[in-house]
Design a protein. Sequence first.
Length: 388
Amino acid sequence: MNNFVDLYDALKILNDITVKRNSKVINIEQAFGKTSCKTITSPFDLPDCNTSRMDGFAINSSISDFTKPFNVVDEIYAGEISSKTVKKNEAIKVATGAKLNDDIDMVVPFEYITYVDEKLFLTPQKNSYIQKKGSTIKKGDTIIEKNEIIDHRKIEILATLRINCVEVYRPVKIALISTGSELTEYFAKYTHILNSNYYMISSFLNNFDTEVTYLGIEKDDFESIKSKLKINIEDFDVLITIGGTGYSKADIIEDVVKSLGGKILINGINASPGKTFKFALIDEKPFFIIPGNPHSAIVCTELFIGFFLRGLSDKNLLIKTPVKFKLNKKQNFYKIIKSITVIEDDNLVSYDLYQYNNKGFRSLTIVDKNKTELNEGDLCDTFLLFYL
């Protein structure tokens, strides 16, 4: 084993890696979870004109006399606009969302009107009850940043702005290979170890804009692993193998990478779990080599693969949180804790996953390498797996 790479240096290496992806134009109905490949701006003001915020009567208060009755000259509903210009002590009956001409400066809600001898009297308002043109979004405002993941809220805004198509990157194509002669995919085969890591990693990848292809189990054999990678490398953006990182098997993966002209950039990290994690480039394509130990596999998948895929959309969430647990550890090694981050007293705090009831945000808490003792309330870096 070569010298360990510092955990944060490993993250920096991953952050500098990119994946070349073509783009395609899709309907916004298909855009959820996709990554925009360009900045999208608003084509017009929203609202595109003044609108009524209440049901009531629209007037020009600057020229009207509130001691005298008002004459209703028109009635309009949401989305409609009147062709009439209101004069002194004239009013248009409006519904919430009705469009207003520029000469209207006040809407008097129904609860502030009175009738005297069947004549309409209005009470002047401090609030105009008018939503001004462009008060929500102005023409040219950025709606979606380049590399932003599009969610349901952004889709609603796009639809409101009459944008029905967006240009997005195609999904990241990922090849997933399990290694280990001891593995089986048959739940009833008790003489072998069930390949549970496959189910964990493939389901985790479903949280991202990916297309995952499972290429099966390969035995711990140089030629078998090399052949599987060589045949498939051109068809995928990212390669992931599970297993084969232990000291007894590590040379196989390293030799395969070298034989294919690749370069290992991370050959173990100074963190636990996950110290046997490796990362390489083969034909400039990212190759994640995940430990087979289930606990290490989960942490490395969530931290390194998650960090990498989040980085493709500029959305990594590494924050400082106080912790609600204690531990002792050896110096010069980071400790990575599967944690739950919750909101308490308007602040984010992190619990050990096994001490909490799982009601919170999935996260990983990183205990600094220089610490040998961690106490409740100490601040640690916390990687949020998904958005708040």
